[in-house]
Design a protein around this ligand. Structure first.
Ligand SMILES: Nc1ncnc2c1ncn2[C@@H]1O[C@H](COP(=O)(O)OP(=O)(O)O)[C@@H](O)[C@H]1O
Ligand SMILES: [Mg+2]
Length: 497
């Protein structure tokens, strides 16, 4: 889009132009531009290009500005328009908010007003890309700013290093947006820099990525939750107490004695052990207080009954977490939230520890229904909460990033959410959630917040670190076809045939 002049700045009764606002009258026929609220505009000045957005549009006509005159003419039997060339006096006035100025030394806040008489232009695409902090081609193409037909390529580091959250009611398009992001992440070439992705699929809606007909099948590893096995030797006594919080510090010490013994006797000899071995060892231990032993063995039996604690890790996380590839843990068969949390806790703890030692590539973790894994309330029931919060706080140093997806932001850990420096906000209706988003999303103003309730499916506001200013994006159509959900008819037909 080349720069086109559209209007001229006027002096307006509301004390504009001032450094934050100005008004302009449209000088070109309306049909040439389809001017919209929210559109970006540019005013070239001596110091640089001032960028603004249109906050209000209205029509005025001075022939109709006096109610008594209008009434007098209209009651006399003649219309005003039949006597005066009133239609030629209709103007469109646009109010604009200034966002900043692109000067030789970079983008700055505007401290001076633009001048009455200055010409207003539509921006060139490059100007917008630069001003909004987007990438030209190398970023993640999530969709378009429709009014400017501008492809939005988000910078990988800016979006992911300091974590992102995707927040909206169900059906707004959160998971769809995640799959668009996945397509972008999985399409990157090694020289562009690619992360490994780990996704927890609580509804089994991403399995299609690994389908034989999917263009991504070679870089996708779908792993059924039921087959996940933790490496018991990798679990410290303290971590056992996270899985089974009733384990007391004294019991943890007993556990430590056993696992240290196993370390010397088994691990060093290249053997392994599982929970059943720990239980058997504790049972024959004479030194432990009998009641304490019974309780501890009881908790360990509980853990064993989950069938998650094996002698070796499955899948081997270090082997399957690879750059440009995604591991999808399909947790859709689990009804127990506790089991899902245990899996998330184990895998996230392992990822974070391996990242600290650079044993795996920079990794992005996508957590659907994240309020279930890191809830604000009921700390003691959410096994995975502590590790989600730890990665939220410390992950950036180790290039371990989180994408938290949730339809109930109010219920999501504020510690975790406050570390998500980019928010992709789609339709939200609940006033508590809206209020919460207003308080937790940096740089979101009242007008933007109000528009969240009116967003359509697939429409998003992106605020925070990934962009210099909040932007409205229409999330693009995904390319992958193997994710399409069935209609009710298709599902019924499939059932019968
Ligand atoms: N960007 C989009 N383009 C086209 N259709 C979309 C888009 N986003 C969402 N949809 C449609 O809306 C439906 C619900 O989206 P989904 O991502 O499952 O919502 P959520 O995860 O927020 O509950 C999808 O099945 C899809 O048909
Ligand atoms: Mg979803």
């Amino acid at each position: 889009m080349a720069k086109k002049s559209i209007g001229t700045i006027i002096v307006s009764e509301d004390n504009t132009p001032n450094p934050t606002e100005f008004s302009f009258v449209l000088t070109k026929p309306e049909e040439e531009f389809r001017l919209n609220k929210g559109m970006y505009i540019v005013v070239p000045t001596d110091q640089g290009e001032v960028i603004g957005t249109i906050s209000e549009l209205f029509k005025t006509n001075r022939y109709f500005s006096s109610p008594s005159a209008v009434r007098a003419y209209e009651t006399s039997g003649k219309t005003l328009a039949s006597i005066f060339p009133s239609d030629r006096w209709e103007h469109i006035i646009a109010k604009a908010k200034t966002l900043g100025i692109i000067t030789e030394i970079g983008i700055q806040r505007l401290l001076f007003p633009v001048s009455p008489g200055d010409t207003v232009f539509t921006p060139e695409k490059n100007t917008l890309v630069n001003f909004l902090g987007l990438e030209k081609t190398n970023g993640l193409n999530i969709g378009k700013i429709e009014q400017h037909d501008l492809d939005v390529h988000l910078n990988l580091t800016r979006l992911l290093q300091k974590h992102a959250a995707i927040l909206a009611i169900s059906g707004a398009g959160k998971s769809y947006t995640v799959s668009v992001l996945l397509e972008e992440l999985l399409s990157r070439k090694a020289e562009q820099g690619r992360v490994a992705v780990v996704l927890f699929d609580v509804h089994g809606e991403y399995i299609g990525f690994g389908d034989g007909k999917s263009p991504f099948s070679k870089v996708v590893n779908v792993f059924p939750g039921a087959l996940v096995q933790f490496a018991t030797p990798a679990i410290t006594p303290r971590q056992f107490a996270v899985y089974e919080p009733q384990i007391t510090p004294a019991q943890s010490r007993e556990l430590y004695r056993t696992t240290s013994k196993f370390y010397k006797e088994k691990i060093k000899q290249g053997e392994s052990y599982d929970i059943a071995d720990i239980i058997a060892e504790l049972e024959k231990d004479e030194q432990i207080n009998q009641r304490s032993k019974e309780a501890l063995v009881g908790w360990l039996y509980n853990l064993e009954s989950t069938r998650l604690f094996g002698s070796a890790e499955n899948p081997s996380l270090q082997e399957i977490i690879q750059p440009g590839k995604i591991v999808i843990f399909d947790l859709s068969d689990f009804t127990s939230i506790k089991l899902k949390q245990m899996i998330v806790y184990y895998i996230l703890t392992r990822i974070f520890n391996m990242r600290k030692k650079s044993e795996i590539p920079p990794t992005t973790i996508i957590l659907e229904e994240s309020h279930q894994f890191a809830p604000e309330a009921r700390q003691e029931l959410a096994i995975s909460k502590s590790i989600v919060e730890t990665i939220a706080r410390e992950g950036r140093k180790f290039f371990t990033s989180l994408v938290l997806v949730s339809q109930r932001p109010v219920k999501l850990s504020t510690t975790a959410l406050s570390q998500c420096n980019t928010h992709i906000i789609m339709k939200v209706l609940n006033p508590y959630d809206l209020d919460f988003i207003g308080r937790s999303s940096e740089g979101i103003d009242r007008a933007t917040l109000n528009s969240i309730t009116t967003l359509g499916v697939g429409e998003a506001i992106i605020v925070g670190n990934a962009v210099n200013h909040p932007i409205f994006v229409k999330v693009r159509k995904r390319k992958i076809k193997t994710l399409e959900t069935q209609t009710l008819e298709e599902s019924a037909i499939n059932y019968e045939t």
